[in-house]
Design a protein around this ligand. Structure first.
Ligand code: CO
Length: 330
């Protein structure tokens, strides 16, 4: 069987100086500290220490072999999105990083695949760029889970999702720009608390707004990190939907019935969580995703699924690869 890790990230080794190019501050750049190691910088602030797997296809393949991964699908690190910048600048960033990610894949295009990024603050430009990227070899698109105060049920974002549905372009939704960050300055709480809430918020916005009623059933959309808090809290939402008309006013069906409209990855890091996730979503809707090569990713990719004490072998095969083969049209 083909084992596919569908949630991993890249950063090119180097790219043009965006602060100089656009004449504004706080752009991401790479500060190479020693051979194979770098600090991802935002302006003059250190954002995250990284290593050469981010930009070196050979290192990725070596580490995939160690974990018995056949295909890895990479997407941009969300700090590259530039959604809060002028749209033209975000569009230039999307084109730049989309082209650079294909260069990383060119080391072994059969095993290294990539998702595009788009300037999501400009829907027309996003539709054009995602179609261009897919023509060039990208197998889907990764989007941030919101653009400023716009959630996924925003009319423009729904238009973009509809465009992806009509062109059979799979979408990965990744949380970023976390809510309540001012209350979470320490201990990576933005990643530990706000990220799963962001993802849950995105799924709930599509369900409760009735957006899933308007979007084609052809849309293939997957949420990172097991869909965040969604699976654990869907019972609370169903109860609220039954009890309060303000919850159900735009959502004609019981919220939990919409689980057949989206997918989640398996990056939940505990047997109990993966069991719950598979029970809520069904084993057809969970895809192996690691968040490689970052410290908060699964360190031995696929181990949680492969060694799960309760999941059936047939479910493991689906999660490890069969579901992604279909989802990504591979
Ligand atoms: Co990620």
């Amino acid at each position: 069987m083909t084992v596919i890790d569908m949630h991993s990230h890249f950063l090119p080794k180097i790219w043009p100086d965006l602060a100089e190019k656009f004449g504004s501050a706080n752009w991401p750049w790479m500060k190479h500290t020693q051979t194979g190691k770098a600090m991802l910088m935002l302006g003059d602030k250190e954002f995250r220490p990284i290593y050469q797997a981010c930009w070196d296809g050979a290192t990725r393949i070596e580490e995939m072999d160690k974990d018995n991964i056949d295909i890895q699908i990479m997407s941009a690190t969300p700090v590259l999105f530039a959604y809060a910048r002028p749209a033209q600048q975000a569009n230039e960033c999307a084109q730049l990083f989309n082209d650079l990610s294909l260069e990383i894949c060119s080391h072994d295009p059969q095993r290294l695949k990539t998702l595009a990024q788009v300037p999501l603050q400009d829907i027309d430009a996003s539709c054009i760029e995602v179609s261009r990227a897919v023509k060039n070899g990208h197998i889907g698109v990764q989007i941030g889970n919101h653009v400023g105060n716009k959630n996924l049920d925003d009319e423009g974002l729904v238009t973009f999702l509809q465009h992806c549905a009509s062109e059979n372009i799979p979408v990965l939704v990744h949380p970023w720009d976390m809510l309540g960050s001012e209350r979470m300055p320490k201990y990576m709480l933005q990643w530990l608390v706000a990220m799963p809430a962001e993802t849950q918020l995105s799924i709930m916005s599509l369900i409760l707004s009735g957006a899933f009623e308007r979007i084609s059933k052809d849309l293939k959309i997957c949420f990172a990190h097991g869909g965040g808090n969604f699976s654990f809290q869907i019972g609370r939402v169903d109860n609220a939907w039954r009890q309060r008309d303000i919850v159900r006013k735009d959502c004609p069906k019981l919220p939990s019935t919409y689980v057949d409209r989206f997918y989640v990855d398996s990056a939940v890091f505990s047997n109990e969580s993966l069991q719950l996730l598979t029970a809520v979503m069904g084993d057809d809707r969970v895809l192996l995703g690691s968040d490689y090569p970052f410290p908060l990713g699964e360190q031995s990719i696929g181990k949680l699924v492969r060694e799960h004490p309760q999941l059936a072998d047939s479910s493991k095969r689906k999660i490890l690869g069969e579901n992604s083969l279909t989802f990504f049209n591979l």
